[in-house]
Design a protein around this ligand. Structure first.
Ligand code: CTP
Ligand code: MG
Length: 254
């Protein structure tokens, strides 16, 4: 049996445990000056705590590994201790690296052996609903080596010849058919061995983990994402996140 055809732990059965790695080590340059993005408050609670709760809300997730900004690792540990989190879930904090890719790898290195399925979830997507998390896990359990939640695009996308530092008009190279494009979100779900292999072998710049698995020649599948799984990147995204939280609180009141 070749390596490729042997059933991986994720495919072998339902005993496989699921862990979530949360890269949270970025500074949040595009959000503007202030604390590291994951530690900024949303509805009075750090964004990271929202993201951890979103992963722990899934009954399948029994470990959350937070990859913290190296200087704030101790602060992140005490934040996790001081906020209410489900009893059934364990937590680990590890210091992150210079790139998201490096931070994810450091999180993977900290995973105990019994975890056969791993989710990778941006701390910057604090409001992803639990149904999206469960849909991703289910698709991995059914045998997909890599699963990404994604949404159709509202905008038409053009490929250009980038103008570079001077700015200036950029010639359009192509207009891909919008109906075939998807904007991908997190959590992305993986057979653990596949993701580890991708991180060991793929070099060069990548903006998502599933892209590394594609480079191994494996099929990545898309499942429906959710509008509320948007990434908090720029100041306006904070306004939207606060509005989503306010609406949830209102709905919970009824
Ligand atoms: N991330 C990380 N380690 C890095 C860089 C990013 O763990 N060295 C994490 C961020 O904390 C975030 C996720 O990767 O949760 C997605 O990255 P992004 O939204 O780009 O966050 P930042 O890199 O913090 O933001 P910016 O690019 O604006 O600085
Ligand atoms: Mg970044």
């Amino acid at each position: 049996m070749s390596d490729e055809s042997r059933p991986s732990p994720a495919q072998a059965g339902t005993t496989t445990r699921t862990a979530a790695v949360i890269p949270a080590a970025g500074r949040g340059v595009r959000l503007g000056p202030g604390a590291p993005k994951a530690l900024r408050a949303l509805g009075g609670t750090p964004m990271l705590i929202h993201a951890v709760r979103a992963m722990a809300a899934s009954r399948a997730v029994s470990l959350v590994v937070v990859v913290a900004p190296p200087e704030e690792a101790a602060e992140v540990k005490s934040l996790l201790e001081s906020h209410a989190l489900p009893e059934r879930t364990d937590f680990l904090v590890v210091p992150g690296g210079d790139s998201r890719q490096e931070s994810v790898r450091l999180g993977l290195d900290a995973l105990p052996p019994e975890y056969g399925i791993v989710l990778v979830h941006d701390a910057a997507r604090p409001l992803v609903p639990v149904d999206t998390v469960d849909t991703v896990i289910e698709a991995v359990r059914e045998g997909a080596p890599a699963v990404v939640p994604a949404l159709p695009l509202a905008d038409t996308v053009k490929e250009v010849e980038p103008a570079g530092a001077e700015g200036g008009p950029e010639p359009v190279v192509a207009t891909p058919a919008r109906s075939r494009l998807r904007a991908v979100q997190t959590p992305q779900g993986f057979d653990r061995d596949t993701l580890v292999r991708a991180h060991e072998t793929v070099t060069g710049e990548v903006t998502d983990d599933a892209g590394m698995v594609e480079q191994l020649g494996l099929t990545v599948v898309v499942v429906p994402g959710h509008e509320e799984a948007f990434k908090v990147t720029r100041p306006l995204d904070l306004v939207l996140a606060e509005a989503v939280l306010a609406r949830r609180r209102l709905n919970d009141g009824f």
